[in-house]
Design a protein around this ligand. Structure first.
Ligand SMILES: [Fe+2]
Length: 403
């Protein structure tokens, strides 16, 4: 007779329903009301613990198990399989480590008073070419400062990640031509010119895209990949990103499930490289996310979390949520929307669902030098992700579009 695993943690980790992010160490949730045997088992294997907080909301505590040097190293075939399914995967020691995040933030324009003026002075001094600053913002609530460089056919924009007062996270994005309209511009020469300009302004960005990483990702995608649409992120405590995907506007569901060719965009995915500090990620393909939403909601329908049912009924969101999660197809459609549509209360507002995703294997911790690949080749073949700051202070990461 087969011997049953008595350790509840081992049982959970070995559950065939748990599908961990490839390349990541196991991450699990821990709550004060967990069974003492589970808490003890987690403590025995614990290497790091994070209290997740984002935009003034607590999202629970997670524990990373084992030591970072025990992380699995992925073979090319594993990365290819993940790429094809739009499953995110983690690569350890993918890029050089930076000493600290603040050193990578050009002095003088960290979040604070007169931020726009200080940033404008910085870019005017740092750029070799003439730049024109503008306050014609696409997203007035979050955009802080913007400059256009005619010579490079480029724009650069400093922005907030959220309008929450206590969130001092910032992002510096670069793009071709006109923002949004040209984000998916077909000219690789123009994207290359913008990339070169961004790297000249912020050399740490160029360092985050070493030859070895380029080769690994090219091997996964089965073709050479070029960098585009870079964004430098300074995630600070209480900051991070809500669940989203990176499919650019204009993406359509891919009809050919075998082909790696996106329609009509040229962007095949994004790689995020952690430069300094720690971020905690939830990441999974949009298909798996849709399946998880349906699974979780089935449990709620069966009476698994009566308080959630009561809250959602009271808030008037139960019906659309119920109908959108009866099947994978409507769920996929809702997730493809930038606001998650009727799934919003589940995806953005439910701690229970976040915990369910983490315990189902979809969390990963990134430290300096680690990278996560987020394949993307259509609205129904894209990686969904959500980010938390894992530090007491600011950290820095580089998001690089792959074409
Ligand atoms: Fe993203």
């Amino acid at each position: 007779m087969a011997r049953m695993a008595k350790d509840p943690l081992i049982q959970m980790l070995a559950d065939p329903e748990r599908t961990p992010v490839r390349g990541a160490l196991p991450v699990v949730t821990i709550r004060p009301d967990d069974e003492p045997a589970y808490i003890d088992a987690v403590r025995r294997l614990e290497s790091a613990r994070f209290d997740l907080e984002r935009r003034d909301r607590e999202h629970g505590t997670v524990v990373e198990l084992l030591r970072p040097d025990l992380s699995p190293q992925l073979e090319t075939a594993q990365m290819q399989a993940s790429w094809k399914a739009a499953d995110p995967f983690v690569m350890r020691d993918a890029a050089p480590k930076a000493d600290d995040a603040v050193a990578m933030l050009p002095e003088g324009w960290a979040a604070g008073r007169d931020e726009r003026e200080r940033w404008e002075r910085w870019i005017a001094d740092a750029a070799d070419e003439a730049v024109e600053c503008t306050t014609a913002f696409v997203d007035p609530e979050r955009d802080v400062a913007k400059a256009v460089c005619e010579d490079r056919g480029a724009w650069a924009k400093l922005g907030k990640l959220s309008a929450t007062e206590g969130d001092a996270s910032r992002r510096l994005a670069f793009g071709v031509g006109e923002e949004i309209r040209d984000d998916d511009h077909p000219s690789s020469e123009r994207h290359a010119a913008v990339w070169a300009w961004a790297c000249a302004l912020l050399p740490a960005l160029g360092a985050s895209w070493p030859e070895a990483l380029r080769k690994r990702l090219g091997g996964a995608a089965g073709r050479p990949l070029s960098p585009s649409n870079p964004i430098v992120y300074w995630n600070r405590p209480n900051g991070g990103a809500l669940f989203h995907h990176d499919a650019l506007p204009g993406y359509l569901p891919s009809e050919d499930t075998e082909s790696a060719e996106p329609v009509p965009s040229g962007q095949r995915g994004v790689v995020y490289v952690q430069g300094a500090g720690v971020t905690v990620w939830l990441a999974l393909s949009i298909h798996t996310m849709a399946r998880r939403c349906c699974e979780f909601m089935r449990d709620v329908v069966d009476g698994g979390a009566p308080w959630l049912f009561d809250t959602w009924v009271k808030e008037g969101v139960w019906q659309p949520l119920f109908f959108a999660t009866r099947d994978v197809e409507p769920c996929l459609k809702a997730l493809a929307r930038s606001d998650a549509g009727p799934l919003r209360p589940l995806v953005h507002g439910s701690l229970e669902f976040t915990g369910f995703l983490i315990d189902s294997g979809h969390a990963a911790v990134l430290r300096a030098g680690d990278a996560i690949a987020l394949p993307n080749r259509g609205l129904d073949r894209t990686a969904m992700h959500s980010v938390y700051c894992g530090d007491e202070g600011p950290n820095v990461g580089f998001s690089i579009g792959l074409r």
